[in-house]
Structures are given as C-alpha cells and as structure tokens.
Design a binder for this molecule. Structure first.
Ligand code: FUB
Length: 316
C-alpha cells in the first residue's frame, strides 16, 4: 500500500460524530478489527507484502499507525500476505494471517507483539499452522468457557470439474501457537447458500459472534443474489457445530452497480457497546472483481427473533 489514503482521517479526542463515511479506507481488504484494552480500535487490512495497522477511538476517524508486521519478518513467505486478525491475551497481541512461499500455497501462522501497533515478531522459521494444504482466513474466537478456537478456510481446491473452499474449526492450545486435536470440517459451499455451482465456489472469511447461547458463524461465499460474493451466516448451539444456514441469506449483498463483492468482514461494537458494526470490503469496480477493493462500515444488529441483519451497504 502507498501513502495513507485521503479517506483516512486524523484521530481526534473530541466527542465522536454520529456518522461515518464510506469508504472508510481505500486500497484495502479483509479487515480484522480489534477493540483493544487501551480503548482504541485497530484495523488490520490485507494490502501488499506487509500488514499495516490503523487506529481509531470512534470508528469514524482513523489514523495510520504504520507497518505492524513486515514481510521481511517472515523468512518462509514472500507472497499472499492475507487477512490479518489480531487478538489480545494477557497483555500480548497475536496476529494470525496467511502467507505463501514460492509455491503459492498459503499457510496460516501467528506473530506476537507487546503492542497492537506492532512490531509483531514471528517465533519460527516456518508457518505455525501447516495443515498440508492451502489454508487462509484465520478467525480466532475466545469462548466464555476459556476455550479458544481458530476458524479457517481450506482454500480453493479441485473437486471434480470445479474448485471450492471449505470452512474448518480447530481448538487452539493455551499458548495460541498450535492446535489441540484434529480440525473439523464445518461448512462446504452448498451448506452456505441454497445452491452452489460454477467453477469457483468460495466459502471463506469466517467470523463468529456469540449471543444468548447461539454461535453465529458468518462467512463470505458465492450466491445467486445479484452479485457473486456476499455475507451470510449459519447458527449452532456449539462452537464446533453442526451449523445450520440461515434461510434468508445473504444478510449483506451489493445491489448497486457502483459496488459489488461485499464480504470478508469483521464485527465490532460501538465505544459504548450498544451498537454492532460490520467492517467489510467491496470491489470498487465490478469489472475488476477482487483486484481493487476498499473498506466500508455499516450498522448491523440482532433482530428480536435472533436473526442477524445489516443496514447496508451504504455508499457514503
Ligand atoms: O485478500 C485475499 C483473499 O481474498 C482473502 O484471504 C479472502 O478472504 C478473499 O477476500
């Protein structure tokens, strides 16, 4: 990524305005958003051969903090630096992400820092979560029973005449640097939407919300809903499933000509904790597809019947 995009506003200590403006950030995708114990939000997007951090006190004004994890820190990777996700645990920060070596097969790993701004250091000469196949989009869920899970995607692999990706879950060991037990397959593309067909059947970018004992496993996948990529969810009473897709998926789609490819999101709460926000990327130009992306933010919520909804995408 080049200079800080013009849409990135300076941080402010004044009272937050009641609105935000889309796009939140240009030349960025796959936002991982951390609400940290220092009272700030940190956003970590995909954007080149490094991971940069942006901070905000109010989800409206954002400041560029600089490079949080340099590509040079990863001796084993030189491409596909994708989808960072940071969690805070006992005063340390853990950045999960995927990256690939010359073979182009993405692997998940984790780097550690004393600050949400980095620098994040990688503790090994190799990726820490090598499942022997291409894997991307780690999302870390800290359950209230003390267990921590990593949801991730087995990246596009050949199945008959097409490629598809599947969502898995694995419990993490207490040090967060390895998995405990065998990963479990949670969702194939046909379990995400009514029908899945075509040469590329995505099912990726997972995110988990837990409310009133229900686990909402959100994801981005193909659908026949006007555009090829949208956000939906499935629910379960257990973190490890089985998950049942929501009948009225998608909950975030792109019905406009000006925007498409709404997906790979994070969910975070407003500073007062009363509202939920979804931060996601869109394709700037439908003709260019995923090659040109930017970040949006919109309000979302849980309806009285327990279903998720998004008030968006909004264009400004
Ligand atoms: O940005 C690279 C990849 O594209 C992500 O890992 C996927 O989720 C998709 O957004």
């Amino acid at each position: 990524m080049k200079e800080a995009p013009s849409s990135v506003k300076e941080a402010s200590d004044s009272a937050p305005p009641a609105y935000y403006q889309n796009p939140l950030l240009k030349n960025a995708a796959d936002p991982g958003v951390l609400k940290a114990s220092d009272g700030k939000y940190y956003a970590y997007p995909t954007g080149g051969n490094k991971f940069e951090a942006y901070s905000s006190r109010d989800l409206v004004h954002w400041s560029k903090e600089g490079v949080a994890l340099s590509g040079k820190e990863l001796k084993w990777a030189n491409t596909k630096f994708w989808a960072p996700e940071v969690i805070e645990r006992s005063g340390k920060y853990y950045m999960f992400f995927s990256a690939a070596a010359d073979d182009g097969v993405p692997k998940i790993s984790v780097a550690v820092s004393d600050s949400p701004k980095g620098p994040f250091k990688h503790p090994s000469e190799k990726p820490l979560f090598d499942f022997g196949v291409g894997t991307i989009d780690p999302y870390i869920f800290q359950d209230d029973d003390g267990k921590t899970y990593m949801y991730y995607t087995k990246n596009l692999f050949e199945v008959g005449d097409h490629k598809e990706s599947h969502i898995y879950v694995a419990e993490l060991a207490p040090d967060l640097l390895s998995v405990k037990g065998e990963p479990k397959l949670l969702l194939k593309p046909e379990q995400a939407w009514e029908v899945a067909s075509g040469k590329m059947r995505w099912n990726e970018g997972s995110f988990v919300l837990k409310r009133n004992g229900t686990y909402y496993l959100m994801y981005s996948a193909n659908c026949y809903c006007g555009r090829a990529y949208a956000v939906g969810y499935a629910t379960s009473k257990q973190a490890t499933g089985p998950f049942t897709k929501y009948a009225n998926n998608p909950i975030l789609n792109a019905p406009y000509k000006e925007v498409s490819g709404t997906g790979h999101h994070s969910v975070t709460a407003s500073p007062d904790g009363k509202e939920l926000f979804i931060v996601y990327h869109t394709h700037i130009d439908p003709a260019k597809g995923g090659g040109a992306r930017q970040l949006n933010i919109d309000r979302m919520g849980i309806a009285p019947d327990g279903t998720l909804y998004v008030n968006g995408p909004t264009m400004t």
